[in-house]
Design a protein around this ligand. Structure first.
Ligand code: ATP
Length: 242
């Protein structure tokens, strides 16, 4: 199984002061499912930003899809980003586009035929329970509805790597379960999934998932560790050297 991401002694400092991320080393293997946990402010969003190349580290090595992502020329960033689906914590939907057109964006960028786009978007809207709101602008949708549109946009082009920052933070437990199934379906198709969450119940629901835990900007063993039988299903730490 190939390594899709490799971090070696990565540090991130915003401005002056202490590092937000410190000596972060881990490997993500292609086709695996990873949860990223940690208290508020531990550095989860910062780590994800490094993963989807919206932030460069202050030090250390990041390899993505087998290439050095730190020295990647700007001109190659769009090509890399097209291989990564991102669910942002603040959704980042395009305000003047409808829900359907927001979801369709990655397929339009990829040059897919409009008839195929329409079919794929319809299917996705049905899945997230928003078929009736296809024409709605983001501002007229609830927070949870916007989140579902953001997830649909991130997964519709079946990215190689899906990075999701608290993707179930604004929905009820039933919808969280449904969205988790969507992520698992994508994962079964071969996508590597990295999901930041505060919801430890979700972790127990994905057999074979791996767990990365941040404390004050450093990766540490999850505490408490997954209890049996969940331990057998879901807890391998994959930090380098372990
Ligand atoms: N753009 C930025 N400039 C300066 N400091 C930042 C920036 N982004 C994050 N930070 C700081 O970095 C630290 C880690 O923030 P981050 O958002 O990565 O944590 P988090 O674990 O995702 O938190 P939460 O669970 O609340 O989303 C915090 O102290 C935050 O204030």
């Amino acid at each position: 199984m190939a390594n899709i991401v490799q971090f070696e002694n990565v540090g991130l400092r915003y401005g002056v002061g202490e590092e937000t991320l410190c000596d972060v080393s881990f490997t993500l293997r292609s086709g695996q499912f990873y949860f990223l946990t940690g208290a508020s402010g531990a550095g989860k969003t910062s780590l994800l930003r490094l993963l989807y190349l919206s932030q460069r580290p202050s030090r250390g090595i990041i390899r993505l899809f087998g290439e050095d992502a730190v020295i990647l020329p700007r001109g190659r960033l769009p090509g890399f980003r097209r291989r990564i689906g991102v669910v942002f914590q603040d959704f980042r939907l395009i305000p003047h586009l409808s829900a359907a057109d927001n979801i369709a964006l990655p397929l339009r960028v990829a040059g897919m035929a409009e008839s195929e786009i329409a079919r794929a978007v319809r299917e996705m809207l049905n899945w997230i329970g928003l078929a009736e709101r296809a024409g709605a602008r983001p501002a007229t949708l609830s927070g949870g509805e916007q989140q579902r549109v953001a997830i649909a946009r991130a997964v519709i082009a079946r990215p190689e790597l899906l990075v999701a920052d608290e993707p179930t933070g604004n929905v009820d437990p039933a919808m969280a379960e449904r969205l988790l199934h969507l992520f698992q379906s994508l994962h079964r198709l071969g996508t590597t999934v990295v999901m930041a969450t505060h919801d430890w119940h979700l972790i127990e629901r994905v057999p074979g998932a791996h767990h990365l835990h941040l404390e004050h900007g450093r990766l540490v063993d999850p505490d408490p560790p997954m209890p049996p039988p969940a331990e057998a299903r879901a807890s391998t730490i994959v930090r380098s050297g372990l």
